[in-house]
Design a protein around this ligand. Structure first.
Ligand code: SF4
Ligand code: SF4
Length: 211
């Protein structure tokens, strides 16, 4: 019964759809915000004084399933320092022709130097321009930061960076020197115990801004 309607049932589906809300976004005129943890292009982060977090260890390159990362490490010297440790990333490239934005490189990074932003507009008609260099990937300098090379401004030891880094990052740039003086005490030695981490929610995301 009613089999004679079968040929026109499909039109009912089409007709119903005409009254539903349209999900189409008129990109590029309209840009819909991504999810907060969306995997966009990478960023090489800095410490609060502007030194780079990358230590040139190549772990990200080894973790990459697409062989999209190329790293050459260099050695810091007292007169030319780019990161707080012994080594820094002298050459850093990500090939976005290969990258599948999986985030495994971010997981492998031991210093949280490498994170991913929400930027997704990576298309280009030139193959060369899709190989991003360190200069393109490194986070911009924020207020209070100084372009490397320069000496370690947050203390004389790497411990100051790793132990107090989150506190420095949460502080206003103008407070950094006074925080450092307080943390090191009158004799110049670091106080014990370790500084309290910032309250939950006050610690900036490692992939946000320049830290
Ligand atoms: S996101 Fe994935 S594919 Fe892209 S560079 Fe990192 S590990 Fe490689
Ligand atoms: S980004 Fe991280 S994993 Fe990659 S070389 Fe730098 S410190 Fe090592």
């Amino acid at each position: 019964m009613l089999d004679f309607l079968n040929p026109v049932k499909g039109f009912a589906v089409t007709f119903r759809q005409m009254f539903r809300k349209v999900d189409t976004v008129e990109y590029p005129e309209v840009k819909k915000p991504t999810a907060p943890r969306y995997h966009g292009r990478h960023q090489l982060n800095r410490w609060p004084d502007g030194l780079e977090k990358c230590i040139g260890c190549e772990l990200c390159a080894w973790a990459c399933p697409a062989d999209a990362i190329y790293v050459e490490g260099g050695s810091n010297t007292e007169s030319e320092r780019y990161s707080p440790g012994e080594r820094y990333g002298a050459v850093y490239q990500i090939n976005y022709l290969r990258c599948i934005l999986c985030g495994l490189c971010v997981e492998a990074c031991p210093t949280r130097a490498l994170t991913m932003t929400n930027e997704y507009e990576l298309a280009n008609d030139s193959r060369e321009s899709l190989i991003w260099t360190k200069e393109q990937l490194v986070a911009p300098l924020q207020p209070g930061m100084e372009a490397p090379p320069h000496p370690m401004r947050l203390g004389d030891s790497e411990e100051d960076y790793y132990r107090l880094g989150p506190s420095f990052a949460a502080a206003q740039p103008t407070d950094l020197l006074s925080m450092l003086a307080r943390s090191r005490g009158a004799d110049g030695a670091p106080d014990a115990p370790a500084a309290e981490p910032p309250a939950e929610g006050s610690e900036p995301r490692a992939d946000a801004g320049g830290t």
